[in-house]
Design a protein around this ligand. Structure first.
Ligand SMILES: Nc1nc2c(ncn2[C@@H]2O[C@H](COP(=O)(O)OP(=O)(O)OP(=O)(O)O)[C@@H](O)[C@H]2O)c(=O)[nH]1
Ligand SMILES: [Mg+2]
Length: 196
């Protein structure tokens, strides 16, 4: 879809006052370090170098803003769950995330990237709760599904759907490498980003 054709990097924020103006509509991508957030953003926008793909988990400690079209954005949130991150960095992460989810008016939906081989973790569930608390949408991408056979991917999809059954959460399998699930993901984001 043409919404993604002219995507460009806007800015990074390391603190609350560096967040860009809270207007328009934006979709945030969150997940454990190394879950495949940046790779998913690149695949969905079809821009391979856009969001940096790191080989060292936990390197992205910034909120990265990308403009799709004026007033429509993707936001790459810093990952979590990386054991070697110092306590002070983790505290800063928590503060920044709470502020972002509590106050961000333009945030319309959360795309939660979950490694399909690991399944939903504790912090993943917290992220979903933060998003849903303000009535926003939430969509889980079970990433790297190319690593699983049909039987295991079907099982993790069903288990994740059951775990999210009470909430307004949708779930799908996703593989950036196999280019599987990209259209399904886009249709969810297109609906969130569209004008009411
Ligand atoms: N097999 C497979 N590997 C993937 C896929 N998507 C991402 N990866 C790999 O997973 C690793 C992490 O991907 P990233 O996109 O950097 O993950 P991230 O969540 O942005 O990580 P941080 O920014 O460090 O938190 C990389 O080595 C990717 O090549 C996929 O669809 N299939
Ligand atoms: Mg990343």
């Amino acid at each position: 879809m043409s919404t993604y054709r002219n995507v460009k990097f806007l800015t990074s924020a390391a603190s609350a006052r560096q967040l860009i103006e809270d207007q328009g509509r934006e979709v945030a991508f969150a997940g454990r370090s190394n879950a495949g957030k940046s790779t998913a953003i690149n695949a969905i926008t079809q821009r391979s170098g856009l969001a940096r793909v790191s080989r060292t988990p936990g390197r992205t400690q910034l909120i990265n803003f990308f403009e799709l079209v004026p007033g429509r954005r993707f936001v790459d949130l810093p990952g979590y769950g990386f054991a070697k991150v110092p306590a002070a960095v983790r505290e800063n992460w928590l503060e920044l995330m709470q502020l972002y989810f509590d106050t961000r008016e333009s945030l319309v939906g959360l795309v939660l990237i979950v490694d399909s081989r690991r399944g939903l973790g504790e912090q993943d569930v917290v992220m979903l709760e933060w998003a849903l608390a303000k009535g926003r949408g939430a969509h889980v991408l079970l990433s790297k599904s190319d690593k699983l056979n049909r039987r295991d991917s079907t099982r993790v999809l069903r288990e994740t759907e059951e775990a999210c059954a009470d909430a307004a959460v949708t779930v799908q399998l996703f593989s950036a490498h196999a280019r599987d699930g990209i259209e399904e993901a886009r249709s969810v984001m297109d609906a969130w980003l569209a004008e009411e």
